[in-house]
Design a protein around this ligand. Structure first.
Ligand SMILES: Cc1ncc(C[n+]2csc(CCOP(=O)(O)OP(=O)(O)O)c2C)c(N)n1
Ligand SMILES: [Mg+2]
Length: 410
C-alpha cells in the first residue's frame, strides 16, 4: 500500500554485495538459435520484442545454431579467435606494465573481447567508430600495430599522440577509430553527426557509436537517438552492457527498468539485444545493423549483454563493491573459451593448438612491448618534445599559443 507522510529517497541497490553469493537468476537467457533473423528492411514495429530477448548462436555444446549462424568461414573464425586472444594477452601485459610504473593508467577488456573484435569485422574500409576506452579490439582486429598502441600507452617519443592523451585513448583515422574522448556519451552525438554528414554528402561510409550501460544515463545518449531516428542517420548505435559502471551497478542507469535496447523503441529505432560473449552472434548482428545503415534504412540500436570481469581500470578495486566470484557465475561464459570450443567442435582446432597459439601470441606481444620500451616508458627513456603540445591542434596556431611556446623556450 502507498504510504503517505514522510518522504524517503530511493537509491537502487545491486542484488549482492561483497561476501554474498553471486546471483544472476534475474538474467533470462533464451536458447541459442531461438530468436528469428528478420530482413533488414523489416518494419521496426513488428520486432519490438527483440529488444527484450537475446540473440545467441553458440549453444552449450559449442555448436552454431539458428538463423544468425553460418556467416563466417573456418578461417575467419580462427582469425577472430586469434584477435580475442591477442587482446587478452595485450591486456595482461599492459596491466602488468601499469603495476610496474611504466604507464600511469590502463583499462582491460577481460570478458568483453568478442564485442569489439567481432564488430570490427562487420564494417567496411572508411567506416568510422566513435569508441570508448573499452574497444581496443576494433584496432587489433583491423591490424593496427600493437607497438603503436603501446607507444601511446607509454607516452614515449614514438607516441603518435605525443603524450597529449590519457594512456589507452588511441586515435587512428586510417583504421576508422575516432580519437577517444574521456567525456563519455559524447561519442554518441559525434557518431550521429558524422553519419548525418556522410548522408548529406551522398557518401557510402557509415558510423558506429559506442557507449557503456552507465553512460546511457547521460543526456547526450538521448539527444543522439532523437537526431539518429529523425534523420535516419547511417549509424549503428552500440550499448555495451557489462553490468557495471565503475562501482555503480547497471540499475543506477535504470537497467532494471526493462533493457537498454528498449530505450530505442520510443524513437522507432529497431533495437536488438545480443549475447556479447558469443563472437558469431555479435558479428551477425553487427553485420545486419551495418547493412541497414548502408541501405539508407537508418539507425539500429544494439545492446551487447556481457560482463566486465576485470576491474573498471587500473585505479579501481572491485572487491570493495561486488563478490569476488561474481564473474565466474556470469551465465554467458567466456567469449574466448566459447569460440575455442566451437572451433574444436568444427574439427579445426584443439586444446594443443590453443595452448601453442597462446604461447606464440604472448611472444608476439612481448616482442612488441620490447620494441615500444626502446622508445621509452612513462619515467624512462625518450619522451615527446614539449614543443609537440603546441602542434597539431589548430591549422594555424593562434597568437596566444605562439606566445606561450616562446615563453616555454621550445
Ligand atoms: C561525462 C562523464 N561522466 C563521468 C565520467 C567518469 N567515468 C569514467 S568511466 C565511468 C563509468 C562508465 O561506465 P559504463 O558507461 O558502464 O562503461 P564501462 O566502463 O562499464 O565500459 C565514469 C562514471 C566520464 N568519464 N565522463
Ligand atoms: Mg558498464
Amino acid at each position: 500500500m502507498a504510504d503517505a507522510g514522510m518522504l524517503r529517497f530511493h537509491v537502487p541497490e545491486p542484488e549482492v554485495r561483497p561476501g554474498g553469493t553471486p546471483d544472476f537468476s534475474n538474467v533470462t537467457i533464451p536458447k541459442a538459435g531461438s530468436v528469428p533473423r528478420p530482413e533488414i528492411d523489416v518494419d521496426p514495429r513488428t520486432i519490438r520484442d527483440m529488444a527484450f530477448s537475446i540473440i545467441r548462436v553458440l549453444n552449450r555444446n559449442g555448436e552454431a545454431v539458428g538463423p544468425w549462424a553460418g556467416l563466417l568461414s573456418d578461417d575467419e573464425l580462427l582469425e577472430g579467435l586469434r584477435h580475442m586472444m591477442t587482446l587478452r594477452s595485450f591486456d595482461q601485459r599492459m596491466q602488468m606494465a601499469q603495476r610496474q610504473g611504466k604507464t600511469s593508467f590502463y583499462m582491460q577488456h577481460l570478458g568483453e573481447e568478442a564485442v569489439s573484435c567481432a564488430f570490427r569485422k562487420a564494417l567496411a574500409p572508411g567506416d568510422m567508430n566513435f569508441p570508448t576506452y573499452r574497444q581496443a579490439g576494433l584496432l587489433i582486429a583491423d591490424g593496427y600495430p600493437m607497438v603503436t598502441m603501446m607507444n601511446q600507452i607509454y607516452s614515449n617519443e614514438a607516441d603518435p599522440l605525443k603524450g597529449r592523451q590519457l594512456p589507452i585513448m588511441y586515435s587512428s583515422k586510417e583504421h576508422g577509430f575516432f580519437s577517444i574522448s574521456g567525456n563519455l556519451a559524447t561519442q554518441y552525438i559525434q557518431a550521429v553527426g558524422w553519419a548525418m554528414a556522410s548522408a548529406i554528402s551522398n557518401d557510402s561510409r557509415i558510423a558506429a557509436a559506442w557507449i557503456g550501460d552507465g553512460s546511457t544515463a547521460e543526456s547526450d545518449f538521448h539527444a543522439a537517438l532523437v537526431f539518429a531516428s529523425t534523420y535516419k542517420a547511417p549509424v549503428v548505435l552500440n550499448v555495451v552492457n557489462n553490468q557495471w559502471a565503475i562501482s555503480t551497478f547497471q540499475g543506477i542507469a535504470r537497467g532494471g527498468s526493462g533493457t537498454f535496447a528498449a530505450r530505442g523503441l520510443g524513437f522507432g529505432i529497431p533495437s536488438l539485444r545480443v549475447d556479447g560473449n558469443d563472437y558469431l552472434a555479435v558479428h551477425a548482428v553487427a553485420k545486419w545493423a551495418a547493412e541497414r545503415a548502408r541501405s539508407n534504412l537508418g539507425p539500429t540500436l544494439v545492446e551487447y549483454v556481457t560482463y566486465r570481469v576485470g576491474a573498471h581500470s587500473s585505479s579501481d578495486d572491485p572487491s570493495a563493491y561486488r563478490p569476488k566470484a561474481e564473474s565466474d557465475a556470469w551465465p554467458l561464459g567466456d567469449p574466448v573459451v566459447r569460440l575455442k570450443n566451437h572451433l574444436i567442435q568444427r574439427g579445426v582446432w584443439s586444446d594443443e593448438r590453443h595452448a601453442q597459439a597462446e604461447a606464440e601470441i604472448l611472444e608476439t606481444v612481448i616482442a612488441a612491448q620490447r620494441e615500444a620500451e626502446r622508445h621509452g616508458t612513462l619515467h624512462a627513456g625518450g619522451k615527446p618534445s614539449a614543443r609537440d603540445m603546441f602542434e597539431g591542434v589548430y591549422a594555424e596556431m593562434p597568437p596566444h599559443l605562439r606566445r606561450q611556446r616562446q615563453q616555454a623556450g621550445v
